[in-house]
Design a protein around this ligand. Structure first.
Ligand code: G3P
Ligand code: MG
Length: 240
């Protein structure tokens, strides 16, 4: 089961900061998940529409010029990263999940992401693009067929692979509160991968590993790595 650091190693470092992404890889995460907005200045990494929770100032992210955004302290002196800065923290062979929070111009978005990927060590086959807005994913996939997309959802739909089929998706990315064993079986049997967010408790990590999910998003990649390692060592010693 792959371990993705959710907004980086965000329990120990400011979420969606370069510090959190670097720490995630130091803690042996397989990948990072981060949130992006298409800003006038380009693609920037941030979770909220507004600045208060992370930077303690009033205002909307998209209404603030990058010259101002780049001076804000998002915790421990960290700055709001650009997509390129973020991809540059990813070692070769590691994974990335770009979760789109805001998009206006799909063509420009695809061009900008391709440019950033080419300037980094990220292999496009290790890149997953997800969003709760499946229309954006459809438009991206039409322009960039080789990119992997993840149909992100907070609910267990009656037809839980419908979006993944319509998008020719790589995965269904589902909320921990919505997922159960039958969901995982249905999605895996339909030929899609399953990723679950946000998984911080060891008991949940072990349950999802047993169900065979492809990956989890966690704020604590160090704990996830430790738990999965101990679990596989236990299994090996029981098999001897
Ligand atoms: O991509 C999974 C997860 O990050 C979606 O929710 O609000 O944490 O971005 P959120
Ligand atoms: Mg996210």
């Amino acid at each position: 089961m792959r371990i993705y650091a959710h907004r980086g190693a965000s329990k120990q470092a400011p979420e969606n900061s370069l510090k959190a992404f670097k720490l995630a890889f130091e803690q042996a995460a397989d990948g990072i998940e981060f949130d992006v907005y298409q800003h006038d200045s380009g693609i920037i990494v941030f979770h909220d529409r507004t600045l208060m929770r992370r930077a303690n100032v009033k205002g909307y992210l998209l209404e603030t010029p990058f010259s101002e955004l780049s001076t804000l302290d998002i915790g421990e002196g960290e700055r709001i990263p650009t997509l390129i800065d973020t991809l540059n923290t990813v070692p070769p062979t590691k994974w990335c999940n770009i979760e789109i929070k805001h998009l206006v111009d799909v063509k420009r978005w695809v061009e900008d992401v391709k440019k950033a990927v080419n300037a980094s060590n990220v292999n496009v086959s290790n890149l997953l693009v997800s969003s709760f807005n499946h229309h954006w994913l459809k438009a991206i996939k039409a322009l960039w067929p080789e990119v992997k997309v993840g149909a992100l959802s907070a609910s267990y739909e009656l037809d839980c692979t419908a979006s993944a089929r319509a998008l020719n998706a790589y995965s269904v990315n589902i909320a921990l509160d919505a997922v159960d064993k039958s969901f995982v079986e249905t999605v895996l049997n339909a030929g899609f991968n399953v990723y679950v967010y946000t998984v911080d408790e060891p008991k949940d990590m072990l349950m999802l590993a047993k169900w065979g999910v492809t990956g989890i998003f966690t704020n604590v990649p160090d704990i996830a790595r430790q738990i999965l390692k101990a679990n596989s060592e236990n299994r090996e010693s029981n098999e001897e």
